[in-house]
Write a new protein. Structure first.
Lengths: 310, 258, 310, 258
């Protein structure tokens, strides 16, 4: 194969053309302010901000973080300043990045909360898509329920689609028996895209204290450890639904990102790797480009679903 | 990636190491004692998270930073095997360090165990401001005692140990007497959480204002994961604030302990 | 705490006293013949042999094995010589290990297969317990179904309990929305113990070939990567059921084993670690003993459930 | 754990390394050319599985084994950074190697790429049995050519390369001519699966019996995981047999290719 000198990294996604398929995962980028010190955010394919709820939340007690083999656990518990503060203080700062879609991750406890958040966001000129977080394992009541029951997920998505001015991406939980049913349910309910996976539910015990290390007990497992589970789910779901799928879970290198594209993802999100290395996203983009050059792939879009069983 | 070179590394006490590296950023743009560096241990899957270690000494001219740490777990043990000439991925200095007040006359530096290292750079900067400095440092035992000579350059050093093997037997708070505090205009403390809580209470009684450097488990170290928070009270409202970005140093009176 | 000179590693398990809580996990020890070259099997708490089906099975095509971050994928597909060959050739060789309970892992496609295998094993004098594998992700029809539906699992367990001369341990799949419901269902149906977890379903893509690396497509994820998921499930299940739980998933050191005991496991199984190091089981036993000595734990049994929320 | 010392390691061609280690077991109890060692790369979580590498040379007196390998992926690349004096966890020799037949007159050793190394120890042992030896070895290009001098000690060496940069341009099967085979009583082959398949077919035509050393991904390497199987036909029945324990060497006529 001849080495290429130029690679087209663009991918179409919900009527937009993304510069490249790489975006940060929600909760691993805050609202972008801190990352600006490390690189030009215009390098990204899109921006995805932290879960936003109706009211301010203080989250869980600490410790909230633990390291695990090839991964980590977190139990942040959706700490965020609430949608009004996000609209007033956080989103306006992203105006400089006009060329990038800004995706707001929406969370809550009951359907009504979610609906209120979406209504509030409708007024924003910065937002271009929503990502519905029905899969956060770290809030006790509600939240995860929607993510594990196809009927409830469907109800939620319908309610949001009825009010949202923006396309709605639904982020699914991997902690289910049948991920394809969940995906089909939310697609049927009107989801414009599906992102998966959120974290697996895990726990670590502090041997000295003889109790769970995280104050919250359980937490969400992320990082390279979960990549095989995520790739499998993307592979299965992307062949069954007609909407685009965003692949998430353990991406740390350009090759990891390409693995997700081949599995059927139209774009990818990078979470935990931002903690390991704040330069993770731009590095992954460079590595994808290098891989494509070496392998004679002129357009990265050609790789989407390349590994599907035909 | 931001790779810097390891310049030297040596054991200085039981399981305690001192490592000097090229500074990962231009220190002339400013840095504060109490800020920390965030070390990526290796690029193996073994270490998903970086390890925060406080600045202990800075050589501005040579652009070198020294960090002193305890090889307690997998990450720091692995770090202690780095050799001079090897490279290590470090970001920082990060966070907000200890504010210094030119009007102060006498500052008490309080360090417990691996909370002692940041007191060295702080002491040096306060001394440069002609302040009187008393250091009160506590260790589990003599074998863990570190940086006493360095602190002695800035003023009196009161040493305590839990087993009495060096200095007085006891905790740092035992040395924070009314006599000592009567003369003090500010205190600075870094150490394990129970120590910080006790120090805060003691200094409240003696009516000395000061700062605590908090230790929370960190995800990112740069303010994006909201993993490292501590409850902080401002204007009668308690909010969970990021210790990596707004801290690790906070006004003692603002820090809420449960 | 004072350093102890002697630690009692014994744990009671289904009317037996195990020498220690460590046994190999099924499929990661074959029938014991190979491991005898590495250490004296009498060091173990019990022996657990490979999944045995009614008829001989050739399993899946290769590649069957892939390495993942802190883990591995396998898609063996239950290759085994069938229960008659196991009775005739494999089990008799374990007679030398009279002091150890020998646990046979039973697998199949339909309930009738399982029942036939159990009836055949009833005649064995070597076997002392059965482990019902209703959770293998690598056989296409049946198998996994029983492991993901509480009703079907219950039906299966009842059918086996009706014929088995041996206590029946039921091994659960982690690929479910609600592991506690599964556990309660099999307990109610008569399970004498529960072991968890079997592998998570995962996939790896071969970037050069642009297709799934394993010939079978999907495979089972095991190794340290899955430990947090396993610990969480053991912690949740062991507090809800009254039967003992065997903890499995990513155990590589004595501390890992102790983590599972604290989470509520009465014993543990070691799988993937046997591949990383054939001496894994005896090393883990030594490390557990050392840890107990250092921490003043006179009886390892005292650690079971130590981390439960009280 | 079975740790042995690395005695030497050096690059011998493009991305190809030769490493000599203390033998992990007493070789005087017997070993066979074609057996392999199973290397644990490091005790990091990065490497759950060991890496199988064939015995290339044995020094019985010094109890040393040399292995020649290509640093192709993460594991072998990491292995190539081991320095003399460091320890490495190795088990083996494992599996069944190449059976040798005293009645043979002339053996053809066929190696492709990293299938060449086991031919060296095999050649040495066959030469000790006074056999005539012809080696036929193929490489992608000259930069990957290895062990030619070693093989030349045992007899003629026919070299091929895919790009013609060394020896003849072509594949090993191009050199397995009727003329060569007419004189041969046995062949031994190791290399990538497509090569083995082609060799089997060619030698069937020329009516030379022989052995193939198979390469399958391994879990345990010791016969417990059933990960490494290959379909083998015996008594008209095809069964998946463990290449790590019953192989990696099988009678060519028994090996079923799809
Ligand atoms: C702002 C700050 C400054 C620090 N400065 C120093 C210093 O100058 N010298 C020094 O010796 N230590 C210092 N520490 C503590 C040091 O970060 C931990 O000892 C170290 O992270 C432990 O890593 P490990 O790999 O050895 O332990 P492991 O137990 O393997 O670590 C597992 C995880 O837990 C975290 N963790 C474990 N213990 C602590 C702890 N005590 N505090 C925070 N996170 C922890 C690790 O960072 C890692 O994410 C500081 C901590 C903070 C928050
Ligand atoms: C019996 C046997 C003997 C061998 N002898 C030699 C030898 O003497 N010299 C030599 O250079 N190579 C030899 N190989 C191939 C060698 O084992 C692989 O190149 C090596 O395992 C690749 O590991 P990696 O970490 O570099 O690659 P990675 O791609 O990181 O490995 C990932 C996983 O795939 C497995 N894998 C990848 N490629 C192969 C392969 N070609 N064969 C088997 N498993 C593979 C690895 O073992 C590991 O489990 C032999 C293989 C077998 C089965
Ligand atoms: C610290 C942390 C916070 C997270 N917060 C959110 C969140 O607010 N909303 C959300 O949908 N997902 C959240 N996630 C999940 C990630 O977006 C992502 O789905 C998951 O971590 C898997 O990707 P990774 O392995 O690349 O991290 C969070 C993950 C981490 C580690
Ligand atoms: C190669 C391989 C084969 C396995 N075969 C079986 C099996 O036959 N029956 C079974 O119940 N579990 C089987 N398992 C699952 C293990 O017993 C264990 O539940 C799982 O691997 C998690 O433990 P670990 O992380 O310690 O490997 C197998 C696992 C592996 C890796
Ligand atoms: S460590 Fe991530 S916000 Fe502080
Ligand atoms: S590699 Fe495990 S049986 Fe061969």
């Amino acid at each position: 194969m001849s080495r290429l000198t130029h690679v087209d990294l663009r991918v179409p996604f919900l009527h937009k053309m993304l510069k490249n398929p790489v975006m940060p995962a929600s909760g691993c980028f805050s609202f972008g302010e801190e990352m600006r010190q490390f690189y030009d955010l215009n390098l990204l394919g899109a921006i995805v901000v932290k879960a936003t709820t109706l009211d301010e939340r203080q989250g869980n007690p600490t410790p909230r973080i633990a390291e695990t083999p090839a991964g980590m656990l977190n139990a942040i518990g959706l700490q965020n300043p609430g949608v009004q503060a996000v609209l007033a203080h956080e989103l306006p700062r992203l105006k400089d990045f006009r060329t990038l879609p800004v995706i707001v991750n929406v969370a809550g406890t009951a359907i009504e909360d979610y609906v209120e958040v979406v209504k509030a966001l409708n007024s924003s000129e910065v937002v271009s898509m929503l990502e519905l977080n029905i899969s956060c394992p770290n809030v006790k009541c509600g939240g995860i329920q929607f993510g594990t029951d196809p009927m409830m997920a469907s109800e939620m998505v319908k309610a949001i689609k009825a009010v949202s001015h923006f396309p709605v991406i639904v982020k699914l939980s991997p902690n289910v028996t049948d991920i394809v049913s969940m995906a089909l349910a939310v697609e049927e309910a009107g989801a414009d895209a599906i992102s998966l996976i959120n974290t697996l539910i895990g726990m670590q015990i502090d041997l000295e204290k003889r109790r769970p290390l995280l104050a919250n007990g359980i937490g969400g497992l992320s990082g390279p450890a979960v990549k095989p589970v995520a790739v499998r789910m993307v592979y299965e779901v992307s062949q069954k639904v007609h909407v685009p799928v965003i692949g998430i879970g353990g991406i740390r290198t350009g090759e990891d990102a390409i693995e997700f594209l081949m599995a059927g993802a139209s774009a990818v999100q990078v979470g935990t790797a931002n903690f390991t290395d704040p330069y993770a996203c731009p590095t992954i983009i460079e590595q994808m480009e290098a891989w494509c050059k070496e392998h004679g792939v002129a357009k990265v879009e050609q790789l989407i679903g390349a590994a599907w069983r035909k | 990636m931001s790779l810097v070179k390891v310049l030297s590394q040596r054991p200085i006490a039981d399981q305690l190491f001192s490592i000097t590296i090229e500074s990962p950023s231009d220190l002339r743009k400013g840095y504060e004692p109490g800020q920390f560096l965030h070390f990526r241990i290796t690029d193996s899957f073994d270490f998903t998270l970086r390890r925060p270690l406080s600045i202990c000494k800075v050589d501005l001219k040579k652009r070198q930073i020294t960090v002193v740490y305890r090889a307690s777990g997998e990450g720091t043990r692995r770090l202690s095997r780095l050799l001079p000439g090897e490279q290590v991925d470090v970001i920082g200095p990060l966070g907000h360090g200890f504010p210094m007040h030119d009007e102060d006359q006498h500052a008490i530096l309080i360090g417990g165990g691996i909370g002692v290292p940041p007191m060295v750079e702080l002491g040096r900067q306060l001394r440069n401001r002609q302040m009187k400095i008393t250091s009160v440092v506590g260790f589990a035992s003599k074998r863990q005692a570190i940086l006493l000579d360095e602190l002695a350059e800035f003023g009196d050093v009161i040493v305590l140990s839990q087993d009495g093997s060096i200095g007085e037997e006891g905790l740092v708070t035992d040395a924070l007497t009314e006599a000592l505090c009567a003369d003090a205009s500010r205190f600075y403390a870094c150490g394990p959480t129970p120590m910080l809580k006790a120090v805060k209470e003691t200094m409240q009684i003696h009516n000395v204002p000061g700062y605590l450097s908090l230790e929370e488990r960190m995800g990112c170290g740069i303010g994006i994961c909201v993993g490292c928070v501590h409850p902080i009270e401002r204007d009668q409202k308690v909010t969970n604030r990021k210790t990596c970005k707004e801290g690790p140093v906070f006004l003692a009176q603002e820090v809420v302990f449960s």
